[in-house]
Design a binder for this molecule. Structure first.
Ligand SMILES: Cc1cc2nc3c(=O)[nH]c(=O)nc-3n(C[C@H](O)[C@H](O)[C@H](O)COP(=O)(O)O)c2cc1C
Length: 567
């Protein structure tokens, strides 16, 4: 795919902004932020007065703001251009301020509406440690569009979580998949010289290395310690080749990292296979803060193509629309992104596994201490001058960008079940999986719910809804379940199925029960009424089709800004 196939990536304000009186702008910006209105901050950022958003979000970041982005820095500069970065000079992580900020941002703006934080300095162990440390660089759904050079979509006055941008990005990737026989497009990586590789601006070996000096933080007071939890761990299998996956690494000392690849993950299987072959050590590299495409591929299973494994770096290139610049590591043969911020190289002793955890897990509950986990003896570190590091408050915020990974799952689901209209494996409430369908026969909803529950171990509670329900809208989903679902005959429970290993409710790790719910309007054959009544809102719109549009135009902004006490 050439760059020209990418859509226009200029900052498009036409479909996503409103005219804002310049004299009111800064007051409105402040009000919007105070009111927890991510969409207003976003709209302001796209307006002709976009610099005002920087007043609230920090000094504008410099860098390339045009996709495709060669580095995370450039991508964050683009987020900043949309007013999606809140830059904070200093946080005291000894007091868990960064964690608290992320949790509060999520509470006020929603998991998919919260800003990216950029902490310039972080107090760790009583000392100021230079960052920046990035948090939530992928959480805001507008970021899904921005990564692909698409203009984000303002969801209008009533939404704080911008799922229309997520949908737009997903549809964009669906088009890429359609043009490539249902598979992710690939572009081979480009090999660059070490001298041209920002990730090698500083090269450290042996005793020169002290990872504890960088802004890696402890996210929760109950965690085992400080973690590098956004690194891509590179491993090699003689038959299946190189894999990189995002696995958390416990910072245990200047040159020692715990390496928590869960059983079943590709990295874990590579290390176990090396152990089974009788090898004593495995070479591993860990890449920190690469470009957004490598980052999104690392946290996904996109490499599992229909005809076998596909090179992950080439998928990242295909999604970017240009080959990823790669460079050889110092002490092993892994080819890693040259524009990453840091690369840690080392050896995993395969006959010496050590305890790991506890840790605040992505499901929002504390995970157990594990007795035997691989670890890394660090032999070399290369990094940019002033490397940008990332942290993920797992369980409190979104993970990596998800639209690209979801696109193929959605297309595969639709291919098997053409009645499917939309889906949302809800990362805000891990375990839930919502699907909307256009039902053509009784029993169809339950059939689809069951198929998903049986196949996807993340899907513990699968709810199938009618196509007029927005599957990203919790209120709409709950209202439909409450009003349309007749439990008798329209649910199935399955005992002991493969389940998410981190599910805190499981007694046996990796096993759990599941429920499939058909919450479409129940038909008479499904124990529903002969005639299902119309919704009040559909009757309102049938009689007054312009009601909402008129009200939004007249009072949308006032409503959005209103807070108790503001009159
Ligand atoms: C921020 C973040 C942290 C993650 N931490 C872990 C982890 O500690 N262990 C793990 O097995 N998976 C972790 N994951 C999930 C994996 O990256 C994900 O399952 C990915 O698909 C792994 O693919 P692979 O094992 O095939 O490379 C994390 C994902 C993200 C985005």
């Amino acid at each position: 795919m050439s760059n020209s196939n990418l859509p226009d990536n200029s900052v498009d304000t036409s479909d996503s902004t409103e005219d804002i009186d310049a004299t009111l702008l800064s007051r409105r910006t402040m009000l919007g932020l105070a009111a927890g209105s991510a969409s207003l901050a976003f709209a302001n950022a796209c307006s002709s007065e976009s610099s005002s958003s920087s007043v609230a979000t920090g000094a504008a970041l410099s860098g390339n703001i045009q996709a495709p982005f060669k580095s995370m820095r450039d991508y964050v500069a683009a987020l900043d251009a949309y007013g999606l970065v809140m830059r904070i000079a200093e946080v005291n992580q000894d007091e868990y301020e960064a964690t608290g900020l992320m949790c509060r941002a999520r509470d006020q703006h929603g998991m998919r509406g919260a800003p990216c934080f950029m902490f310039d300095e972080v107090v760790i162990g009583g000392k100021k440690v230079k960052g920046p440390l990035l948090v939530n660089e992928s959480g805001n759904s507008h970021a899904e569009c921005i990564a692909f050079g698409l203009a984000p979509v303002d969801d209008g006055p009533i939404s704080t979580e911008p799922f229309n941008s997520y949908r737009k990005a997903r549809e964009y990737v669906e088009q890429l998949l359609l043009a490539n026989d249902g598979e992710y497009p690939t572009i081979s990586p480009v090999v660059v010289e070490a001298a041209d590789s920002p990730c090698k601006e500083v090269i450290l070996h042996g005793d020169e290395i002290d990872l504890t000096k960088f802004a890696f933080i402890q996210g929760n007071p109950a965690d085992a310690g400080r973690y590098i939890n956004t690194g891509q761990v590179y491993t090699r299998h003689p038959k299946y080749g190189v894999n990189f996956g995002t696995y958390r690494c416990h910072l245990r000392g200047p040159r020692e990292l715990g390496l928590n690849s869960e059983p079943g993950q590709t990295g874990y299987r590579h290390l176990k296979a090396a152990q089974a072959r009788g090898e004593k050590v495995a070479q591993v590299s860990i890449v920190l803060t690469p470009d957004p495409y490598v980052w999104m591929v690392a946290g996904s299973k996109m490499s599992f193509g229909k005809n076998g494994l596909v090179d992950e770096m080439s998928i990242a290139g295909g999604l970017a629309g240009q080959g990823i610049d790669t460079v050889k590591c110092e002490t092993n043969s892994f080819m890693v992104p040259a524009n990453a911020e840091m690369v840690i190289e080392g050896e995993v002793p395969l006959d010496d596994l050590r305890p790991e955890g506890p840790y605040a897990e992505m499901v929002g509950y504390q995970g157990k201490v594990k007795d035997e986990v691989f670890w890394l003896r660090v032999t070399a570190v290369t990094h940019r001058r002033n490397p940008w590091l990332m942290n993920n408050f797992t369980g409190e915020q979104a993970g990596a960008l998800m639209a690209a990974g979801h696109a193929r799952s959605f297309m595969r689901l639709k291919k098997n079940y053409p009645a499917v209209v939309d889906f949302f494996p809800d990362t805000r409430a891990v375990g839930f999986y919502f699907v909307s369908i256009s039902k053509t026969r009784p029993g169809q909803g339950l059939e689809i719910a069951r198929a998903i529950a049986e196949r996807d171990f993340f899907a513990k509670i699968v709810v199938v809804l009618d196509d007029d329900v927005d599957v990203t809208d919790h209120d709409a989903v709950l209202a439909a379940i409450g009003a349309r679902w007749q439990p008798y005959g329209n649910l199935q429970v399955y005992e002991e199925r493969p389940a998410l290993p981190l599910d805190p409710s499981s007694v046996k790790v990796g096993k759990g029960s599941k429920i499939a719910i058909d919450a479409t309007r129940q038909w008479p054959e499904e124990n529903g009424p002969t005639v299902f009544p119309a919704t009040n809102e559909s009757l309102l719109l049938a009689g007054a089709p312009d009601a909402f549009a008129n009200v939004d135009a007249k009072w949308g902004d006032a409503l959005r800004l209103w807070r108790p006490g503001s009159g």
